[in-house]
Write a protein that binds this ligand. Structure first.
Ligand code: TYD
Length: 213
């Protein structure tokens, strides 16, 4: 079972993935947690390159190929072997991030991006993708609250406020893409408490994997 998680900032993705891990374990599965970018040894180098503030001059195409390189290595070296070892693989972001951020976000052609994704994943698509969906204003509020708690309101608050229109575009992109891939991608409302959100995700997982039990 290969499950990926997607969404904008402030959805509580990390918290939910931990809950999902515990849930699969409670059903007797061994779980392997991973993420993109950065899920392989080489990928960790690529992640530094992609997320470092000094590399803001990366062109959209260069950025795209770095994400794809990260994915190809991740699939070959980590995801496929872990699945073959019988584990449930839970991945924080995957190919749909490329469609949404590089496509709907940066304006690259989503059809071409999907073809590149096909090459990178080498036939290994997730069995299920869960998009945690939240109004970007609410996501921003959550992130701002967290920044105040962390004493970083000014620096990070401004940064997030500047990106609200980008986050709105990303959110719409996720919803559009989910509607085009209804069999694989399910959308979970992430605007309520962590336990309520998890219940929605659990229902999605049960329907996909455990209904025959
Ligand atoms: P990260 O700090 O892991 O973000 P988050 O905690 O929100 O998951 O940074 C990953 C960033 O990379 C995030 O902004 C989304 C972006 N991204 C892409 O643009 N394309 C991709 O293919 C992937 C996997 C991520």
């Amino acid at each position: 079972m290969f499950v990926t998680f997607e969404g904008i900032e402030g959805t509580g993705k990390t918290t939910q993935i931990q809950k999902v891990k515990k849930y699969f374990e409670s059903r007797g599965k061994e779980v392997f947690l991973t993420l993109e970018p950065g899920g392989s040894r080489v990928g960790q180098e690529l992640r530094k390159m992609l997320l470092h503030v000094d590399n803001k001059d990366l062109t959209p195409i260069t950025e795209l190929f770095l994400y794809l390189a990260d994915r190809a290595q991740h699939i070959a070296q980590v995801i496929r072997p872990e699945l073959e070892a019988g584990k449930v693989v839970l991945c924080d972001r995957f190919a749909d991030s490329t469609i949404v951020y590089q496509g709907y976000g940066r304006g690259l052609d989503t059809k071409i991006l999907q073809q590149f994704n096909e090459v990178a994943v080498d036939g290994l698509w997730p069995d299920l993708t869960v998009i945690l969906d939240i109004d970007p204003e609410l996501g921003l509020k959550r992130a701002t609250l967290r920044n105040i708690e962390d004493g970083k309101a000014e620096e990070e608050g401004r940064f997030e406020a500047e990106h609200i229109s980008f986050h709105k575009r990303i959110r719409e992109g996720y919803l559009t893409w989910a509607a085009l891939n209804r069999d694989r991608i399910k959308v979970a409302d992430a605007s309520s408490t962590p336990d309520e959100v998890f219940k929605r995700i659990k229902d999605i997982i049960d329907t996909r994997f455990f209904t025959a039990d």
